[in-house]
Design a protein around this ligand. Structure first.
Ligand code: ADP
Length: 413
């Protein structure tokens, strides 16, 4: 039984097909530069070439095409064309796809659990345009493309914010006027929910004493980063907020800063309100400080003696440490700290910076185990033998969570 997982961004469509008998990925691909324009020699705006890349995992057969990809409907056709291809495909008919699971970044207060798509669910997704316009617009385009080309296949929305819906009021409420926050649906939503859920469940499995009573802090550190406090298997707090901007320093996001800096910069740098979101999301963080959003570049610059790069890395380590400390306080203890996503899985320096000097909390990292932790399917314990708290590196799998949720919704119809 095959489940197609779709992650539609504003100019990209990523997908994976899972065989749910063994939960293995059998094909995956990405359609990039959808609807992107470029300026030609005469100065006119013309469509730029998009790129599709695809891989069948059973034998490694790949396919790559470059062509103008006008919109998400065309992108969906290209995705399905690859899956159905006689040369490199994996299915002969679309009937072989049991269901499609769509990643939704923010379901707001309207969508809080995996949901089968129908007209009223689409209307609910449209309401999310108010709070998350860029992501929601992309999800709607991806969903419409799939409905158009696969009208008989069940479509399911799997919501990133869903795992965070268990936060207590005091964790998700911002201290602003009730009328304003209710009218504008302002609250902490939290993001990377499928990842926090996947890795916290793995950690609980490894701790081996069941979800009840366990306290896990999950550090999803990638291009975007968020930390989660998971008590009894449920989220009680997380660092991202109303949008993914809040929390620690990220690839190109500033994370939490004194809100008063925002009008101050706007006034003194002459930045308009409509551009300030882009400034904070796309021009700050590692990129703003060192000129690259990729931590591998930041580390290379550190090697070349760049002090600003060293400072950026130190800030991330320090901020993660502060979140771990505050979440240990919020939960009255911690059994395991988990590192995941691009940086969390691959960068020993950040794990070391975040975990050293935490003996007071019973957290003691083993520097050798930390340095040697490499990509493995199973959690790697990098804590010292006498550490009261386990420190795990766990590889996240958000797509598998989406595939499982999608199957469950359709199984229960
Ligand atoms: P996204 O949030 O876009 O999914 P990722 O989780 O892939 O991003 O994280 C991207 C970050 O992870 C980059 O800063 C990059 O430096 C780091 N990263 C990814 N892969 C590796 C690797 N193999 N070794 C070291 N760092 C890595």
């Amino acid at each position: 039984m095959y489940v197609l997982v779709v992650n539609a961004g504003s100019s990209s469509l990523k997908y994976q097909v899972f065989n749910m008998e063994n939960e293995e990925v059998i094909a995956k691909g990405v359609v990039e530069k959808i609807g992107v324009m470029k300026t030609d020699e005469s100065g006119a705006k013309v469509p730029a070439d998009g790129i599709t890349t695809y891989k069948r995992l059973s034998d490694g057969t790949e396919n790559r095409q470059e062509m103008v990809i006008a919109n998400h409907s065309v992108a969906t056709e290209l995705m399905l064309g690859n899956l159905l291809s006689a040369e490199h495909g994996i299915i002969k008919s679309l009937d072989e796809i049991y269901a499609v699971g769509h990643r939704v970044v923010n379901g707001g207060k309207w969508l809080t659990k995996p949901t089968l798509v129908n007209d009223s669910v689409i209307a609910d997704l449209r309401k999310c345009l108010d709070i998350a316009p860029v992501h929601t617009k992309a999800h709607l385009m991806g969903l419409e493309g799939c409905i158009e080309h696969m009208p008989k296949t069940p479509q399911v929305l799997v919501i990133d914010t869903a795992f965070h819906s268990t936060m207590p009021k005091k964790a998700y409420t911002y201290p602003i006027k009730k009328e304003t926050r209710e009218r504008l649906s302002i609250r902490r939503y939290g993001f990377h929910g499928s990842s926090h859920r996947y890795v916290s469940a793995k950690a609980i499995e490894y701790l081996g004493k069941g979800a009840e009573g366990t306290k896990v802090i999950t550090c999803h550190l990638g291009n975007g980063s968020s930390i989660g406090a998971v008590k009894d298997g449920k989220i009680v707090d997380t660092s991202m907020g109303f949008t993914p901007l809040e929390g620690v320093i990220m690839g190109s996001r500033c994370g939490s800063i004194d809100p008063a800096i925002v009008p101050f910069v706007m006034e003194n740098e002459g930045i308009a309100a409509k551009d300030m979101g882009d400034w904070m999301n796309k021009e700050c963080g590692f990129l703003g400080m060192c000129g690259s959003s990729d931590l591998r570049d930041v580390e290379r610059m550190i090697g070349e003696g760049n002090e600003e790069a060293k400072l950026a890395l130190d800030i991330l380590g320090y901020q993660v440490k502060k979140y771990v400390g505050s979440y240990a306080a919020a939960m009255n203890g911690v059994d395991a700290v988990v590192f995941t996503a691009g940086i969390g899985e691959n960068n020993p320096t950040i794990r070391q910076l975040a975990m050293e000097g935490m003996e007071f909390f019973g957290i003691k990292i083993d520097p050798e185990k930390n340095k040697n932790a490499r990509s493995l399917a199973e959690p790697i314990d990098i804590s010292a033998d006498d550490s009261k708290v386990r420190i795990y590196v766990i590889f996240t799998n958000e797509e598998l969570v989406i595939a499982r949720d999608t199957k469950e919704v359709v199984d229960n119809l």
